[in-house]
Design a protein. Structure first.
Length: 122
């Protein structure tokens, strides 16, 4: 399991007194999000490696399943679904684009096929 690191938390949203306090915490959280997104991206590479046909990369049912799960988590964490849904849809869209690139890169045929040893040159 990955352990995420960040600067020490100095404030909560209730204890922040200045915009500098708020910005410190937002910047700290953004650094954590970058770490988490990098880990998520690594699984796009794994998916590209594991999936069969290229058409399997874009899976509408899976997209809707992920969005539904995220929206179901929102109340537990006090996150507005009006923020979560479009953020996740954009994230999924970019992850799918990245996965297509990764998928294609893994399957690029060699530019020049090797000739068998001793085969006549054409």
């Amino acid at each position: 399991m990955t352990t995420y690191t960040s600067d020490a938390r100095k404030h909560t949203s209730d204890t922040a007194q200045t915009m500098a306090d708020v910005r410190y915490e937002i910047d700290r959280i953004d650094r954590l999000l970058v770490e988490i997104l990098a880990e998520r991206q690594s699984f796009m590479n794994a998916a590209a490696r594991i999936k069969g046909p290229r058409a399997a990369v874009h899976d509408r049912a899976r997209i809707e399943d992920v969005v539904a799960k995220v929206k179901a988590e929102c109340p537990r964490h006090g996150l507005s679904p009006a923020i979560a849904e479009p953020v996740w849809r954009a994230l999924i869209d970019r992850c799918i684009a990245y996965e297509f690139e990764s998928y294609d890169a893994l399957r690029v045929p060699d530019e020049a096929p090797e000739e068998a040893p001793g085969a006549p040159k054409s």
